[in-house]
Design a protein around this ligand. Structure first.
Ligand SMILES: *Cc1c(COP(=O)(O)O)cnc(C)c1O
Length: 412
């Protein structure tokens, strides 16, 4: 057993904030290693939800009563907190959506349908989640544009030379994942952005995984858009973020029409509201966005750097343990990655393994991880993925490794 990774990092104090970690699964203490799919929620987030519904539930922005004012203030406080979380210049650059998926669809649709011409090119990578493939395929098909894909090597590392060769005057947009949800591999987004901008192509960064692990500064990165999901940063489901440079968001047409996104409506003509409301048609997910703020505060209070150091120590510990298991292959076993261990075991189907692990109280994810083209590229049907968060421990990894060895014996 290793000592805790960080002096001052108290994992027990952190665990006590997460009620779900007290539950049993199949008679065992829950070991939750499915954090890349969704993170568990600290008590502050859960209480913010019940407090809102018990004390100041109201529709926002239009009301002229106390409850509406309080709800509006809390909702907009989250926007400021997200602005600082990613280093955006102004709160108007933060658009609230349902999730990463909706954020990408918004950009692909609003930008793609007004800017893509026949023959234009969009670049994505072999590591993308389906959410960063399908919306671009849809708009490319509608506009007669071409989708190009940056290749990777067998370890999931991007071929940057191929990317450079791919860039040309027809390249209009590059949409790239920062850290792969399936393998954990981190892409060199800074270089990608610099190179793409030389060809005046816009760049969207899918930060669904990186937002919880890595320090992000959108102004320093100089990305044009950046997207992520609240539920992966210890916040509620149904909360998504779209960051966009103000000038770009101003230029784009609205994505959906309805209430809230308008300035004035007549049957002849409608004028649109200003940012960010132009992109937030209808009553938003008020409660969940209010409860997203304590999630961001939770990360900021401990410090993303400290959480990352802990997760990185867990990642290294788990990688060393798993590498000793006969026939086990870690996919994306590179130095530069977030706390995801994705692996296959010779002659064992990931699904069978997941069932045996669940019987021992361990939650991991198995399958293609919404990245079927990536699995195809690696020549596998899927992987078993263990992903670590702020509250995971070295003891849990010990138990996991034992359970894994036991399961393998049963399956072989
Ligand atoms: C989870 C994830 C998405 C999709 O996020 P949703 O919350 O399901 O909209 C997209 N890209 C990556 C890299 C992800 O991890």
């Amino acid at each position: 057993m290793m000592a805790e990774s960080q002096s001052g990092y108290n994992v027990e104090t952190i665990r006590n904030l997460f009620p779900i970690l007290n539950r049993k699964v199949k008679g065992r203490d829950l070991i939750y290693f499915d954090n890349a799919a969704t993170a568990q929620k600290p008590i502050q987030v859960i209480e913010a939800l019940t407090h809102y519904y018990s004390h100041y539930n109201a529709n926002i922005h239009r009301g002229l009563h106390t409850l509406a004012d309080e709800a509006t203030a809390a909702f907009e406080a989250t926007r400021h907190s997200i602005q600082h979380f990613i280093g955006a210049a102004v709160p108007e650059e933060i658009i609230f959506t349902k999730g990463t998926t909706e954020s990408i669809n918004l950009v692909a649709s609003a930008w793609g349908n007004t800017h893509l011409q026949k023959g234009d090119e969009i670049i994505i990578s072999s590591l993308e989640h389906h959410a960063n493939i399908v919306p671009w395929q849809m708009v490319a098909e509608a506009r007669g544009a071409q989708l190009r894909v940056i290749p990777i090597d067998d370890n999931g590392v991007l071929d940057m030379e191929a990317f450079q060769n791919m860039l040309n005057e027809k390249t209009r947009f590059v949409s790239i994942v920062h850290a792969s949800n399936a393998l954990g591999v981190i892409n060199p987004v800074e270089d990608i952005i610099t190179l793409a901008h030389k060809f005046d192509a816009l760049v969207l960064v899918d930060a669904a995984q990186s937002s919880v692990h890595l320090e992000l500064d959108v102004q320093q990165l100089d990305c044009d858009f950046l997207v992520f999901s609240g539920h992966k940063i210890y916040g509620p489901t149904g909360t998504g973020i779209l960051y966009g440079k103000k000038a770009l968001l101003e230029m784009l047409p609205p994505y959906q029409g309805g209430g809230e996104m308008i300035k004035e409506v007549t049957f002849e003509k409608t004028t649109y509201n200003e940012l960010p409301f132009k992109f937030e048609a209808g009553t938003p997910n008020i409660a969940d966005f209010i409860a997203l703020k304590p999630a961001v505060d939770f990360i900021q209070d401990i410090g993303k750097k400290n959480i990352h150091a802990h997760e990185d120590a867990l990642l290294r510990y788990a990688t060393e343990k798993l590498e000793t298991i006969d026939g086990l292959h870690i996919r994306g076993n590179v130095a530069n990655k977030v706390s995801v261990v994705s692996f296959t075991i010779d002659d064992i189907h990931p699904q069978d393994l997941a069932i045996l692990l669940d019987n021992q109280g361990i939650a991991v994810r198995t399958g293609h991880h919404c990245a079927q083209p990536l699995m195809k590229r690696l020549g596998i049907v899927g992987t078993t993925r263990a992903s670590f968060a702020a509250y995971n421990t070295f003891e849990e990894i010990d138990i996991f490794a034992q359970a894994l060895n036991k399961s393998i014996k049963m399956l072989k």
